[in-house]
Design a protein around this ligand. Structure first.
Ligand code: EPU
Length: 453
């Protein structure tokens, strides 16, 4: 039985934070993926822009969703259950400014609060975003956001406790914005702000991930005028008012890719209900080259091995490239491939830390902190890339490991399931940010584990 959404995440979170996993058993069975975390949370923020209530369908029961829901409620949005499981209704008719203490208490560790800026500035003329911790809200990770908001006419004041923004009593106006990098979050920031700004906004070097396109569809349903031009240009003609929407979220392709890699790593067979081919084309190519077999069906995709695993060379990139969120579970499978694989990470500066645990379990992985290539780049990059060289196959053995982050943590669990012997995996709770009913799904796939902490 599914947990009702109003009970939100606590009920579906792992009951413990530490798992004892006995590996060596292939995962077999079916898991279903719901709406994408990286769309649902943004579409929820968009409800603040409407004058009437919105309905979002296939909302995943995740802790990041719970954080955004709490923040909306703190600002006066009434959230109720919709007419089918997984549907939520958001009524913004009584939105009001919230006290800092309340915002701070509800923000959790999520970065999504930064996206409240534009909608709150339109509704209330001001917004306050708490400091979510140095690494999250330091200058660098949100500089594109703040620069864009200033261009729309907002004043940005940095305080020790967070960031205060104000319109100074005027309506925000359209702007010409060229992002230094096609950032997903900054593109969303611009979209959520430009739709109700006065005049036209031209956004260049925009992110064009499928979740962004789905957010554009949501905003169009609300009455926005947004056109997608060639070469990463998005034009937004601001309107005075928007209404609520009724929308079914795009599926979570990151979760789908994670389970596909789990089938590959454990030599199992997993049907991922709700997965679709179109949004996963790049992943499926790499999956096939690595020795994976898949069958695209009406209601999902079946994944398993096609004989021996093969090494691949992969570079993470913005869409339509290979997503940064796909590499960590794939690396586990590549430890079982015959030969040398290379995974270049070019999107985030520190996304290879999870390989330490795999090495402890017997994997042969060498991380090059400054990348490997000296030649010209296909796309101009910031100086942050890293590369992991994985040589296989290496048998993995059980170990005591600590989950570092969402995708790295998933890869640790899959490594423990691939390994012989018992592993103790701590910090599993963090997986509830991005994997709905994670432990139930592992159980359904025949994983052998106990919750011990
Ligand atoms: N960046 C800046 N300044 C900014 C914004 C971004 O330097 O103002 C940099 C980042 O530090 C990073 C790069 O630009 O190096 C790309 O960041 P982006 O803004 O595209 O990522 P994001 O919006 O913070 C979203 C997803 C991530 C996903 C990335 C890339 C959400 C909530 N998060 O992050 O998902 O990896 O896009 O596609 O949508 C996950 O689901 O586990 C996850 C981390």
């Amino acid at each position: 039985m599914t947990t009702p959404l109003h009970e939100t995440t606590l009920a579906s979170k792992p009951s413990g934070d530490v798992l004892a996993i006995r590996g060596g058993r292939p995962l077999h069975g079916r898991v279903d993926v719901k709406g994408a975390k990286n769309l649902a949370t943004k579409a929820m923020v968009a409800t603040l822009l409407g004058e009437t209530a919105s309905t979002l369908r296939d909302v995943p029961d995740l802790s990041d969703v719970a954080v955004v829901r709490s923040l909306l409620e703190v600002h006066g949005v009434r959230v109720t259950e919709g007419d089918e499981p997984g549907a939520l209704i958001f009524d913004p008719s009584e939105v009001e400014s919230a006290h800092f203490e309340e915002i701070d208490a509800h923000a959790g560790a999520s970065r999504i609060p930064i996206l409240f800026c534009g909608p709150l500035l339109h509704r209330l003329g001001q917004a306050f975003i708490p400091d979510l911790g140095g690494c999250r809200i330091g200058d660098r990770p949100i500089d594109f956001h703040l620069d864009a908001l200033r261009k729309f006419g907002a004043t940005v004041e940095k305080l020790p406790s967070g960031i205060r923004l104000s319109t100074g009593g005027s309506r925000l106006h359209g702007a010409n914005i060229h992002l230094p990098y096609p950032s997903v979050g900054a593109t969303e920031q611009v979209l959520l702000t430009a739709v109700r700004a006065e005049g036209t906004t031209e956004l260049r070097n925009a992110a064009i991930e499928p979740e962004i396109m789905d957010l554009i569809a949501v905003l169009q349903k609300m009455g926005a005028i947004i056109s997608y031009e060639p070469n990463r240009v998005i034009l937004i003609e601001g309107v005075e008012k928007l209404r609520g929407y009724d929308h079914r979220s795009i599926f979570d392709r990151n979760e789908a890719a994670s389970w596909a890699s789990a089938a590959l790593a454990t030599d199992g067979e997993i049907f991922v209900g709700g997965a679709k081919q179109q949004e996963m084309l790049t992943f499926l190519n790499v999956f096939r080259k690595a020795g994976g077999w898949f069958d695209v069906r009406e209601d999902g995709i079946l994944f398993r091995r096609d004989g021996e695993l093969k090494p691949v060379i992969v570079e993470t990139d913005v869409h339509p490239g290979f997503m940064t969120d796909w590499q960590q579970p794939l690396v586990v499978a590549l430890t079982q491939a015959r030969g040398r694989s290379v995974v270049h990470e070019t999107v985030y500066e520190n996304r290879m830390g999870f390989t330490g645990a795999l090495i402890k379990m017997g994997a042969d992985i060498v991380v090059h902190p400054h990348g490997l290539q000296d030649g010209p780049r296909r796309v101009a990059r910031r100086d942050l890339e890293q590369a992991a060289v994985i040589t296989g196959p290496t048998p993995l053995h059980g170990a005591d490991i600590v989950v570092p982050d969402l995708r790295g943590g998933y890869s640790h669990v899959i490594a423990a399931l691939t390994a012989t012997g018992e592993s103790r995996v701590s910090g599993v709770d963090i997986l509830s940010r991005g994997y709905e009913k994670f432990l139930d799904k592992l159980t359904a796939l025949g994983a052998d584990f106990d919750v011990i902490g």
